[in-house]
Design a protein around this ligand. Structure first.
Ligand code: ASP
Ligand code: MG
Length: 241
C-alpha cells in the first residue's frame, strides 16, 4: 500500500465529464489498495471569473476578502468530485484548506504553506475515504483564509505530500509531461523523462507554466519527487527529482 497525492489542474476538472474522469482515476488508485489524497484546482477559468467579479466591486481589491472569494473555486471542485465518487459507490470526503489544516503565513495572495496543524486528513484516510483537498488555499494564525498565488494548487499537492510523508506525488495536467518548450505551441518540443529540481526551476523562471515555481522549491526542500503526467492518458510523464 502506498500513500499517493494526485493533483488535477483546472482544465482537467473543467466540466462534469472531466470531474467523473478524475473521480474514476482516483477510485482506480484507491482500489489498488492505496491511500489516495486528491488535490483539485478550480474548474476551467473559474478563478479569473471570480477575480473579474471582485474587480467590478472594487478595482483595487486585494487581501483578506479577495482570498476568501478566490478560495471558493477550489471548494466547488472538491465537493463536485466527492459527489461523483460517492455516486460511483466509493467513499470520499471533501475538505477545504482550513479543514485540512494547511497552515500558512499571513501573506494574502501569495501565502507560504508551513505545516499541517491538525490530523483531519489522517483520520479521513483511516476511515478508508478518498480525501479531496481544495488546492491553492490555507489558513493563517488569525484563522483567516489565505491563497498561495496563481497556480498554487501544485504547491498544495507537494506540501501535502511532504507533510503527510506520501510515497508519490502526481501532478496531472493537460500536457503529458515537462517539455523543453511549450508543446502546445512548438511541434519540435522535446519531453523530458526526468529533470532535476534546479533545471525545472530554471524552466519555471523562464516562463514555463507547467508547474508553480514554489512547488518545485518545496519539493526540493523536502525531497519529494514529482510525477508530472497527463490527466487521462496512461503514458509515462516526467519525473522532477
Ligand atoms: N485556481 C488557481 C489559479 O487559477 C490555482 C490553481 O489553479 O493552481 O491560479
Ligand atoms: Mg497550473
Amino acid at each position: 500500500m502506498a500513500r499517493i497525492v494526485v493533483k488535477f489542474g483546472g482544465s482537467s476538472v473543467a466540466d462534469a465529464r472531466k470531474i467523473y474522469l478524475a473521480a474514476r482515476k482516483l477510485i482506480a488508485l484507491h482500489k489498488e489498495g492505496n491511500e489516495v489524497i486528491g488535490v483539485l484546482s478550480a474548474q476551467g477559468n473559474t478563478t479569473d471569473a471570480l477575480l473579474a467579479k471582485a474587480k467590478q466591486i472594487d478595482p483595487d481589491c486585494h487581501g483578506r476578502e479577495l482570498d476568501m472569494l478566490l478560495s471558493t473555486g477550489e471548494i466547488c471542485s472538491v465537493s463536485l468530485c466527492a459527489l461523483a465518487i460517492r455516486r460511483l459507490k466509493e467513499k470520499a470526503v471533501s475538505l477545504c484548506g482550513w479543514q485540512a489544516g494547511l497552515f500558512t503565513d499571513g501573506t494574502y495572495g501569495s501565502a507560504r504553506a508551513l505545516c499541517l496543524q491538525n490530523d483531519r486528513i489522517e483520520r479521513e484516510l483511516k476511515k478508508d475515504n478518498i480525501v479531496l483537498v481544495a488546492g491553492f488555499q490555507g489558513v493563517d494564525e488569525n484563522e483567516n483564509v489565505t491563497t498561495l498565488g496563481r497556480g498554487g494548487s501544485d504547491t498544495t499537492a507537494v506540501a501535502l505530500a511532504a507533510f503527510l510523508k506520501a510515497d508519490r506525488c502526481m501532478i496531472c495536467t493537460d500536457v503529458d509531461g515537462v517539455y523543453d518548450k511549450d508543446p502546445r505551441k512548438f511541434v519540435d518540443a522535446v519531453k523530458y523523462d526526468r529533470i532535476s529540481y534546479n533545471e525545472m526551476l530554471t524552466l519555471c523562471r523562464g516562463g514555463a507554466q507547467v508547474l508553480h515555481d514554489r512547488c518545485v522549491e518545496l519539493a526540493k526542500r523536502y525531497q519529494v519527487p514529482i510525477e508530472v503526467c497527463s490527466s487521462f492518458q496512461e503514458i509515462p510523464g516526467t519525473i522532477v527529482h
